[in-house]
Design a protein around this ligand. Structure first.
Ligand SMILES: NC(=O)c1ccc[n+]([C@@H]2O[C@H](COP(=O)([O-])OP(=O)(O)OC[C@H]3O[C@@H](n4cnc5c(N)ncnc54)[C@H](OP(=O)(O)O)[C@@H]3O)[C@@H](O)[C@H]2O)c1
Length: 304
């Protein structure tokens, strides 16, 4: 991936515009998936403490890097702090300990981007953000950020005199565009990283046990031959997945498509050879439905 296909974070580090998501890939299956992803050309892998697959991701990174002849500096790795420990939220000290445990499971000495995964109350956010700032100051995290935070959550950090996050990882796709939050993030120099970019697809999270907030109606909508994304994909001679991912990168959002299918992995990386024209971008702007689908009933940017 060339520098043209990366976005520089406020911390000065560059994040590839297309990364590989690993949510719902179990620990014993994720190493070959990460290996395939690196072989296909991915240079960013996204995991999290709560995905319980960091060991497998680490193994896949080591094997994939060896096979592709890559150095550690060629690959960008994101992981996330799970804010809860049993029944309560973690303290700043526990956040630092969780960070070290993630490093250990991944078998890495440094994480490129470390995020607080979600919000569970004001005290939690302030405490844990101080822990992440500490990880950043030691140099063991090259950049830090949050996920599923809204503007008020971030304002609290800034008003407490703490550093501004480099990233907010949020659900972003044509059905969940969050224009006000994105504009706030851009104003503050915080990079919005998009997750669940493929949510409008009829094939999104259809495997047994892969729950989401998608209704049967939404699923049926995606299968219709006159669905707007099918029409647009046909117009540009690409797949619906490529169209949805292109929408993200064209807005400047690094995206994180997950697939365990090597053909889809390659397809999802191939989003730089076409451009969605301005009129179609305007039409897509009108398709926003508000809250996302990835967290089921919960809207993680407004709770807590
Ligand atoms: N911070 C957070 O709270 C949060 C929340 C959700 C996700 N994330 C991160 O973002 C990543 C991506 O989000 P996601 O996993 O929700 O969903 P996604 O990447 O938008 O979509 C994945 C789903 O789409 C299918 N798919 C992938 N490529 C396809 C293609 N080319 N054609 C048709 N179907 C395709 C996959 O099935 P197959 O695997 O069978 O191909 C899977 O069911 C996650 O893996 C995770 O790393 C973060």
């Amino acid at each position: 991936m060339t520098d043209m296909h990366k976005r520089e974070l406020a911390a000065g580090v560059k994040v590839p515009l297309v990364g590989f998501g690993t949510y719902l890939i179990p620990n014993d299956k994720v190493a070959p998936a990460v290996e395939d992803a690196l072989a296909a050309g991915y240079r960013h892998v996204d995991t999290a403490e709560v995905y319980e697959n960091e060991r497998g991701v680490g193994e896949g990174l080591r094997r994939g890097m060896r096979q592709a002849g890559l150095d550690r500096g060629d690959v960008f790795v994101t992981t996330k702090l799970w804010p809860l420990a049993r029944e309560r939220t973690k303290t700043a000290e526990e956040a630092v300990r969780s960070f070290d445990e993630s490093l250990d499971r991944l078998g890495l000495e440094q994480i490129d981007l470390y995020l607080i995964h979600a919000t569970f109350g004001r005290e939690q956010r302030l405490e844990q953000w101080q822990g992440l700032v500490e990880a950043y100051e030691t140099g063991k995290a090259r950049a830090i950020g949050v996920s599923n935070f809204n503007a008020a959550h971030i304002d609290e950090l800034i008003e407490a005199g703490l550093p501004v996050p480099h990233v907010n990882q949020i659900e972003l796709h044509p059905w969940s565009q969050k224009p006000e939050l994105v504009s706030y993030l851009n104003q503050k120099g915080i990079t919005p990283v998009a997750y669940s970019s493929l949510a409008p697809l009829s094939t999104w999270r259809t495997a047994p046990g892969h729950a989401s907030g998608k209704t049967q109606e939404m699923r049926a909508e995606g299968e219709r031959s006159d669905s707007p994304f099918k029409k647009l994909a046909a117009k540009y001679g690409v797949t619906e997945a490529q169209l949805l991912l292109r929408w993200g990168v064209q807005n400047g959002y690094p995206v994180l498509p997950k697939s365990t299918n090597p053909v889809r992995m390659r397809e999802n990386l191939d989003v730089f050879s076409f451009r969605i024209d301005d009129a179609d971008m305007d039409d897509i702007r009108g398709m926003d439905r508000g809250a996302g689908l990835a967290w089921g009933e919960v809207d993680p940017t407004t709770h807590g």
